[in-house]
Design a protein around this ligand. Structure first.
Ligand code: 8DG
Length: 135
């Protein structure tokens, strides 16, 4: 399964974190917002679509800069390994809101580390150091 995720970065070295719905896989854990890529979909287009659904913001796909990836075991009900592509983004339209999840929060790097993160999001956090996020 291919998943895309975005680290939205503001001008104060903060990252927007998203808390997953309690009822879902990894419910209540914090993650970089994003979701699954549909078959045949360009990853950046999928990320733009997911951020519109999840946060109500609009992002032009060329605004996403690659920031690495992580791999994990298949999720229950799927037989393919999980791959998450992480992108950073500094430009979007609108105010991010938790439309589907439990909460969104702007966090400094050290505060991100202190959250109860989904495992692959924890693994990806150091990838943000070159983008000015200190842990
Ligand atoms: N972000 C993240 N997702 C993970 C990790 N481990 C893991 O199995 N996943 C799974 C949970 C979800 O099935 C999928 C992320 O896609 P999603 O956010 O669109 O998934 P979802 O549960 O909302 O599913 P859906 O309603 O869209 O079908 O990856 C992880 O460490 N971080």
């Amino acid at each position: 399964m291919l998943v895309v995720a975005a680290a939205l970065l503001d001008g104060s070295s903060r990252v927007l974190m998203h808390r997953r719905p309690f009822a879902k896989h990894h419910g209540g854990l914090w993650e970089f917002p994003g979701g699954k890529v549909d078959p045949g979909e360009v990853p950046q287009d999928a990320l733009s679509r997911e951020l519109a659904e999840e946060l109500g913001i609009r992002v032009e796909p060329h605004r996403f800069a690659p920031a690495g990836f992580a791999t994990g075991a298949a999720v229950p009900g799927d037989d393919e390994p999980l791959v998450i592509l992480l992108y950073t983004c500094r430009h979007w339209h609108g105010e991010p809101l938790a439309l589907e999840g439990e909460e969104v929060r702007w966090c400094l790097g050290a505060d991100c580390s202190g959250l109860d993160l989904a495992p692959l999001d924890r693994e990806l956090l150091p990838n943000l150091k070159p983008f000015g996020i200190d842990l």
